[in-house]
Ligand binder design. Structure first.
Ligand SMILES: Cc1cc2nc3c(=O)[nH]c(=O)nc-3n(C[C@H](O)[C@H](O)[C@H](O)COP(=O)(O)OP(=O)(O)OC[C@H]3O[C@@H](n4cnc5c(N)ncnc54)[C@H](O)[C@@H]3O)c2cc1C
Length: 479
C-alpha cells in the first residue's frame, strides 16, 4: 500500500546535485539556466526530426541545460497537463479541488482517456459494435482510490463486473478465479468514463485533439506549441504520458533530470485484435464459452480474451459478440513494427496468429473457430511499463515540471490514478507555499528503477504476482 503524502517519502536528497547553482542572479528574463557539470561546447542545433534515434535522444537529454524559474508564480497559476489519460485527468481534477487552474492537452481524436480506450463501430445502428480495446477492468487496493471509485459507482459511471473471469489454459481448460477484491468496469466502456470525469470541474480546460510538440521556457513561463502553433503559456507543466513521444518532448526542454528518469522507463508492446462474431464462441462440449473474460495461459499469441457484449451491453442484446483479444508482451515484441504504420503483411500474420491462438486456447480443432464478421487490429507500441521508480510522481521544483502516470507506481489504472492525484496535491502544495525552499519539493528525480511484476495487461491482485512467487519458491526448492 502506498501513501499519497509525498512529504513523508524520504527518497531524495532535498537538493539534487545539479541544482547547486540555482541561486544565480536572474537575467533580464525571469528564469535562469544553470549549466550542468560538463557543458557541451555549444553547436548550432540541428532541427530534430520525428525519426530521431534513441541514441541521439539520450545524448541530447543528458547534455541539455537545466532551466530554473526564479520569479514568483503568477496570481492565478495555470498548469499545462500534457496527456488526458486517467493520470492526467485526475491530476486536473485534484488541482481543481485545490483551486489551481489547468489545461489538459490530449491527442485523442474520438475522446479522452489514452489507454482507457473504447471503440464503437456504427454507433447509430441497433447492432453497433463496442470494444474496450486497452484496459479491460480494474481493481481497487488503496482507500483513497476506493472512495473515488465509490463516487463513480454512485454516479453510474462504473459498476462491479459480476461476469465470470478466470484462467483459460491451452486446450480449453477453464478455471474461474474468485475475485479477492471486486472487479470494476466502466458502465459504457472505458473511454466514456474518461470523457465524463471533468464534468464537475470549474477550473479545467481541455484542448483535444492536440499534440504538444514543443515546450519552451521563456520569461518565467512555459510556452507550449503544436507544430509551431502556440498553445499558451503556463506556470508549470505536467507530463502525463510516456514513451517515445515524451522522450522527444523532453529532449531539449531544459529538464535533464526529468528527461533522464523518463528515459529509464521500459515499455512492452501489445497487439489488440477486436473481433465480432455472429454467434457465441463455441467451447468443447458444444456449449458457448463459460466466461466473460479470461487470462490465457500457454499460448504465445494471446494473453487475454474478453467479451465486451456480455460485459457492457444488456443481456437481451442479440447483436454480434464483440471480443477483445490481447497478445502477450513476448508476441508484441516478436512482431513489433511502427504502430502508426503497420505493414499489411505484419497485420495479416498477427491477425492469423492471434485467431489461431484463440482457437487453441478454446480447445477447438484446427480451422473450426468461426470467421469473425468484423476485425480491427491495433498495436499498443507503448503498452505497459516493465520497470518503475516506485514513487507516486516525479517533480522538478526548479523547472516547475512534473510527471505522473501508471509507471511511477505500477502498471494499472489504480497506479495511474494515484499518481495523478499525488502530483496534483504536490504541485498545489508547492504553489501555495511561497517562500519555502524549492529543493524540499523535489521528488523522484534520482530514484532508481526496479523491475515490475505483473500480468501482460497489468497488475491484478491474486494473479501473476502469486504465480511468480510460486515459481521463485519452486526454484528455491529445486536448488
Ligand atoms: C492493452 C492494454 C490492456 C490493459 N489492460 C488493463 C486492465 O485490464 N486493467 C488495468 O488496470 N490496466 C490495464 N492497462 C493499463 C492501463 O490502461 C494504464 O495503466 C492506464 O490507462 C495508464 O494511464 P496514464 O494516464 O498513465 O497514461 P495514458 O492512458 O497512456 O495517457 C496518456 C495520454 O497522453 C496523450 N499524449 C501523448 N503524447 C501527447 C502529446 N505530445 N500531446 C498531447 N497528448 C499526448 C496520449 O494520447 C494519451 O491519451 C492496460 C493497458 C494496455 C495497453
Amino acid at each position: 500500500m502506498f501513501t499519497l503524502n509525498i512529504k513523508t517519502w524520504k527518497l531524495l536528497p532535498s537538493t539534487p546535485p545539479c541544482f547547486s547553482n540555482r541561486n544565480l542572479p536572474s537575467s533580464s528574463s525571469t528564469f535562469t539556466t544553470v549549466t550542468m557539470q560538463n557543458p557541451p561546447p555549444s553547436k548550432p542545433r540541428r532541427k530534430s526530426s520525428y525519426g530521431t534515434s534513441r541514441k541521439s535522444i539520450l545524448r541530447k537529454s543528458f547534455k541539455q541545460e537545466q532551466v530554473t524559474f526564479t520569479a514568483p508564480f503568477s496570481d492565478e497559476p495555470h498548469v499545462a497537463i500534457i496527456g488526458g489519460g486517467i493520470s492526467g485527468l485526475l491530476c486536473a481534477i485534484y488541482l481543481d479541488k485545490r483551486g489551481v487552474r489547468s489545461t489538459v492537452f490530449d491527442t485523442g481524436i474520438h475522446g479522452l482517456g489514452g489507454r482507457l480506450g473504447t471503440r464503437v463501430i456504427d454507433a447509430n445502428d441497433k447492432h453497433s459494435l463496442i470494444f474496450d480495446h486497452a484496459a479491460q477492468f480494474f481493481t481497487v487496493n488503496d482507500s483513497s482510490f476506493a472512495q473515488l471509485v465509490n463516487a463513480w459507482v454512485d454516479k453510474g459511471l462504473v459498476k462491479e463486473w459480476l461476469g465470470t473471469v478466470g484462467e483459460l489454459h491451452n486446450g480449453g481448460e477453464f478455471l474461474p478465479i474468485l475475485p479477492s477484491t471486486p472487479r470494476y468496469i466502466a458502465t459504457n466502456g472505458m473511454r466514456f468514463l474518461a470523457d465524463s470525469l471533468l464534468s464537475e470541474t470549474r477550473l479545467v480546460n481541455v484542448e483535444r485533439p492536440c499534440w504538444i510538440s514543443k515546450l519552451e521556457p521563456f520569461n518565467g513561463m512555459w510556452h507550449l506549441s503544436e507544430n509551431g502553433k502556440p498553445c499558451g503559456k503556463f506556470d508549470a507543466i505536467v507530463i502525463a504520458h510516456n514513451g517515445k513521444c515524451a522522450n522527444r518532448l523532453l529532449m531539449t526542454s531544459g529538464l535533464p533530470l526529468v528527461a533522464k528518469q523518463m528515459k529509464r522507463l521500459e515499455l512492452s508492446s501489445i497487439w489488440a485484435l477486436l473481433a465480432a462474431f455472429e454467434d457465441p464462441l463455441p467451447f468443447p462440449g458444444n456449449t458457448g464459452v463459460p466466461f466473460e473474460g479470461a487470462f490465457v495461459r500457454g499460448i504465445d499469441s494471446v494473453s487475454w480474451m474478453g467479451n465486451n457484449t456480455k460485459k457492457l451491453l444488456a443481456p437481451q442484446n442479440d447483436g454480434p459478440h464483440c471480443w477483445t483479444f490481447l497478445s502477450t508482451a513476448t508476441y508484441g515484441k516478436q512482431n513489433k513494427v511502427p504502430q502508426e504504420n503497420i505493414p499489411t503483411v505484419t497485420s495479416s500474420r498477427v491477425k492469423e496468429g492471434m485467431l489461431e491462438g484463440v482457437e487453441a486456447a478454446l480447445g477447438l480443432s484446427k480451422g473450426s473457430l468461426p470467421k469473425p464478421s468484423y476485425t480491427k487490429l491495433q498495436l499498443w507500441g507503448a503498452a505497459l511499463p516493465t520497470n518503475t521508480p516506485g514513487v507516486p510522481c516525479i517533480f522538478d521544483p526548479f523547472g516547475r515540471a512534473g510527471i505522473c502516470g501508471d509507471w511511477l507506481l505500477g502498471s494499472n489504472i489504480e497506479a495511474a490514478a494515484l499518481s495523478g492525484i499525488a502530483l496534483a496535491n504536490h504541485i498545489a502544495d508547492y504553489i501555495q507555499s511561497p517562500g519555502t525552499d524549492p529543493g524540499e519539493f523535489a521528488v523522484g528525480l534520482n530514484q532508481e528503477f526496479q523491475p515490475l511484476e505483473g500480468h501482460d495487461i497489468g497488475q491484478f491482485p491474486g494473479l501473476r504476482s502469486e504465480e511468480k512467487m510460486n515459481e521463485a519458491q519452486v526454484y528455491e526448492l529445486a536448488k
